[in-house]
Ligand binder design. Structure first.
Ligand code: FAD
Length: 386
């Protein structure tokens, strides 16, 4: 067993951290306050190659293998203090681009991937509906076939990137009867499609630099050429791709765990009370020790997930455990960071309170922690778990 990184991976990690600290996040507080998307940061990431890390070279990407991609994403999460910008990139990569990479036809890949990689096209993922959150199979958006077209009708909510997205991966119902698992299909829907509207933008507690919106489809004509996989393959596409989303999105959160730890250790070493650094008090140092343990375990789980994907193996159980542990750890460590910083952790002068707000959403999107526990219990053989 070898836990060390290759020399190129270590160098890539350093390069990404330098890029992210030097060129990203300078206006993070502003974007958080005004809920604005950092278009300049997005473009800088595109030019640095971030949007093409997992994309094969023939489509303009870097063609990194899964483990190398994970190391790069972790470094981005560590170096970029604008978690909203990183989350927008993650949605683009792991909830849109990944669907094309895994399930797109050669024609769809050639048509769309170069634009998604060079930053000119922003991707989004439209699954959740007002009445359908965790219960994916119950979604109500319909796709009615008319010749070579499908007419999409329905409403999708809480869609990250929606207000600025150019391409949506949309899940809709193509059958009224038969097995529920065969009733859904996935479509690639460009923003300019008639009948597609952003009905409203949605304001949220954290990750405020990732725009979020409600998307309406009113008899929205989508060519059959934009169907992902076949008719009725939507649920199978979703279940086989969700492990990629859960696993790879955890990478930047592990980076954030590292940043929160380093920031808190630095503060605990400098801030003095009772004539000594506050880190000298066991209550504070143990809090920091727990943050370190969470980081270590999260990184081990993350790298194991990357190794499994590297081997071309399934990782449904590992990705659910990883998502559950990392998002809950991030929430705990962000709260610890607030406590270590005292009042400065609570007021907006420092970005610590923002880290806590940003961490809250992680235990919800991509399936809540309760849903991850259901998956883990089911795959552990707990009878009746769902
Ligand atoms: C920051 C953020 C970004 C998001 N981005 C997107 C996006 O880009 N695209 C998209 O489609 N969606 C997105 N979502 C929506 C997200 O996927 C859903 O919020 C999530 O799946 C949960 O659905 P819900 O909010 O309707 O909660 P519900 O499903 O209504 O759940 C409410 C509560 O009940 C619990 N619960 C429900 N069912 C069960 C069960 N079977 N067992 C145990 N507990 C259960 C849940 O854990 C939760 O605590 C985003 C959400 C957030 C917060």
């Amino acid at each position: 067993m070898d836990f060390s990184l290759a020399a190129e991976q270590t160098a890539l990690r350093q390069r990404v951290i330098s890029f992210a600290t030097d060129q990203l996040g300078a206006k993070a507080a502003e974007h958080d306050r005004d809920e604005t998307f950092d278009a300049d940061g997005w473009q800088a990431c595109a030019e640095f190659g971030v949007l093409g890390w997992p994309v094969p070279r023939e489509y303009g990407g870097s063609g990194y293998d899964p483990l190398t991609t994970i190391i790069a994403c972790e470094a981005l999460g560590y170096g970029c203090v604008d978690n909203g910008l990183v989350f927008a990139i993650e949605n683009h990569l792991w909830a849109c681009v990944i669907y094309l990479l895994r399930h797109g036809s050669p024609e769809q890949k050639a048509r769309l991937l170069p634009h998604l990689t060079d930053g000119s096209m922003i991707g989004a993922h439209a699954l959740t509906e007002p009445d359908t959150g965790s219960d994916v199979l119950a979604l109500r958006t319909t796709a009615r076939r008319e010749g070579e077209m499908f007419l999409l009708s329905g409403t999708k909510c809480f869609i990250s990137n929606a207000p600025c997205a150019d391409l949506f991966v949309v899940f809709a119902r193509t059958a009224d009867d038969g097995p529920a698992q065969r009733a859904l299909s996935a479509f690639l829907v460009p923003r300019e499609t008639p009948g597609l509207t952003i009905r409203r933008t949605i304001s949220k507690a954290g990750l405020r630099a990732t725009p979020m919106g409600e998307v309406g489809f009113d008899d929205c004509p989508v060519p059959a050429a934009n169907l992902l996989g076949g008719v009725g393959a939507g649920y199978q596409i979703f279940t086989s791709t969700i492990e990629w989303e859960r696993g790879f999105m955890a990478a930047s959160q592990v980076g954030r765990l590292g940043r929160l730890l380093d920031t808190s250790v630095g503060y605990a070493s400098e801030r003095r009370q009772f004539d000594r650094p506050i880190g000298a008090f066991q209550a504070v140092s143990h809090r920091l020790a727990d943050m370190r343990v969470r980081l270590e375990l999260a990184r081990l789980m993350l790298h194991k997930f990357g190794w499994l994907k590297q081997q071309g193996r399934m990782a449904l159980l590992e990705s659910a455990m990883l998502k559950l542990f990392v998002s809950e750890s991030l929430l705990e460590s962000a709260l610890s960071a607030v406590r270590v910083h005292g009042a400065r952790g609570y007021v907006a002068d420092l970005p610590v309170e923002r880290e806590l707000r940003d961490a809250m959403g992680c235990a919800v999107y991509g399936g809540t922690s309760d849903i991850q526990r259901n998956v883990v219990a089911g795959l552990t053989g707990v009878v009746g778990a769902s």
